[in-house]
Design a protein around this ligand. Structure first.
Ligand code: ADP
Ligand code: DP6
Ligand code: CO
Length: 324
């Protein structure tokens, strides 16, 4: 009753931002991502009859009570599904900074979903795993799959039509993502809390929902046509609209730091020189740059001159979950 799974993070090109059901993690809009090869989580789950409670070791240490409670709540769903009331020992290692806007919750819950389902003897399809992972963190629904992935918001109240699926294989279009690290410090407003506050209080949220539909249509056209300029323009504009909603929340908040803006401006300056780089930003201060292979190096060289840049991680489009 033991399984180990590796799952990669993903970066949303069209953002998931807003839930219509908090408990089931049902989103207000479809989102679209690429899975990244560089950042991942490895999680081992072992169900043991002798245990009196769940145990959670995170990055080699016994995790805080708060984190254990989140893991236990997730395992409760798995136990209920398998009808086996057994506790587990969970060990997880993040090869990605945690809670800093690098999508650790995506790789973390994709790995936990697949490892716990396997360990308890549930035979789930990837679609069912996506639905399970979704209930730990929405973005994790997409990390079950590799390549280009769309998460369907669905319309059923029970979430039965709400899952992610691969829309294009990773090798079908070789885009590159430079993950520009300005800080790995944990964010003050976790994604879950930030999203909730935005939905409940931001007058800009309605505008976001209206715009995201158009952005989805445009990005799917760009992907079908392999039109990089069109894709980049949509990606950057979509991220800006998502972040704009946080400024309208009550109390307002923003994920950017001055370093974030410096990187954004450098990307825009590169474009003025004819170099096709476009940025996107998740719930955190770090910036991801989408580009084509032939321009990856020149973009790197220009960004490394900025003193605020700590590291530049070169990512390619990565695979889905693997059982180790
Ligand atoms: P991020 O930008 O890293 O996705 P979030 O605010 O979405 O930040 O989520 C961070 C939370 O995700 C952490 O506080 C933790 O509860 C959870 N998380 C991160 N990594 C793991 C993991 N490997 N296993 C289980 N939960 C994880
Ligand atoms: C800005 O999936 O981390 O990165 O579902 O509450 O766990 P919860 O949030 P999470 O939110 C991700 C938000 C985002 C955009 C995205 O990844 O689509
Ligand atoms: Co997250």
């Amino acid at each position: 009753m033991k399984a180990t799974v590796k799952a990669h993070t993903n970066i949303a090109l069209i953002k998931y931002w807003g839930k219509r059901d908090e408990a089931l993690f049902l989103p207000t809009n479809n989102s679209l991502s690429v899975t990244l090869d560089k950042f991942y989580t490895i999680t081992t789950v072992e169900f043991l009859p002798a245990l009196q409670a769940d145990e959670f070791y995170f990055n080699g240490e016994l995790a805080e009570e708060k984190e254990l409670m989140k893991i236990s709540a997730f395992l409760d769903r798995v136990r209920a599904n398998a009808k086996k009331p057994m506790f587990a020992c969970v060990k997880s290692q993040n090869h990605v900074p945690t809670a800093a806007g690098f999508a650790s919750s995506a790789s973390g819950y994709a790995a936990l979903a697949a490892a716990s389902a396997k360990a308890i003897g549930l035979q789930l399809t990837d679609r069912e795993l996506s639905q399970l992972a979704r209930q730990g963190s929405g973005s994790a629904s997409r990390s079950i799959f590799g390549g280009y992935v769309e998460w369907e918001k669905g319309s059923n109240a029970d979430g039965s039509d709400c899952y992610a699926q691969q829309i294009l294989k990773k090798d079908a279009w070789d885009l590159r993502i430079l993950s520009v690290e300005v800080t790995t410090k944990a964010k003050k407003v976790l994604s879950r809390e930030g999203m909730k506050r935005t939905v409940q209080t931001s007058p800009f949220f309605a505008g976001w929902l209206e715009a995201v539909e158009q952005d989805l249509i445009a990005i799917k056209e760009a992907i079908n046509e392999r039109d990089f300029t069109k894709l980049g323009q949509v990606v950057e504009a979509n991220a800006l609209k998502m972040h704009a909603t946080t400024l309208g929340a009550n109390p307002p908040f923003m994920y950017w730091q001055s370093a974030t803006v410096e990187v954004m401006q450098e990307v825009q300056a590169l474009r003025e020189k004819g170099i096709e780089a476009y940025f996107t930003i998740d719930a955190g201060p770090n910036v991801k740059i989408v580009c084509q292979p032939e321009e990856e190096q020149v973009i790197h060289e220009s960004l490394e001159t900025l003193p605020v840049v700590q590291q530049i991680h070169h990512c390619r489009i990565g695979p889905g979950i693997t059982y180790l």
